[in-house]
Design a protein. Structure first.
Length: 95
């Protein structure tokens, strides 16, 4: 059985990750304007820039890093246990 190469998978996953990252940055109780936060130049002390660079951007970067670490940990566990399926039964957390 020959499977077709999935050259579309990685780019589409990267696009989905970037869209989720932008959605995470833009969502919150305080609406920010990206044009003012990024392109304001010397006024980095504005409220929009403060919310973006001090709260939302670190939160989003940390979420992406934690997600990558969890994915890597899952891949390592699958490799160590030689279980390519990696179902929920490994940790007995199936319902």
């Amino acid at each position: 059985m020959h499977t077709a190469p999935r050259s579309w998978l990685l780019p589409s996953l990267l696009v989905a990750m970037l869209l989720a990252f932008l959605l995470d940055i833009l969502s919150g109780p305080y609406p920010i304007k990206l044009s003012e936060a990024f392109f304001s130049g010397a006024s980095r002390g504005s409220v929009d820039a403060l919310v973006l660079f001090e709260i939302r951007l670190p939160r989003s970067l940390l979420a992406a890093l934690v997600g990558a670490c969890l994915g890597l940990a899952g891949a390592v566990i699958q490799g160590l246990l030689r279980n390519p399926g990696g179902g929920a039964g490994i940790f007995y957390c199936g319902s």
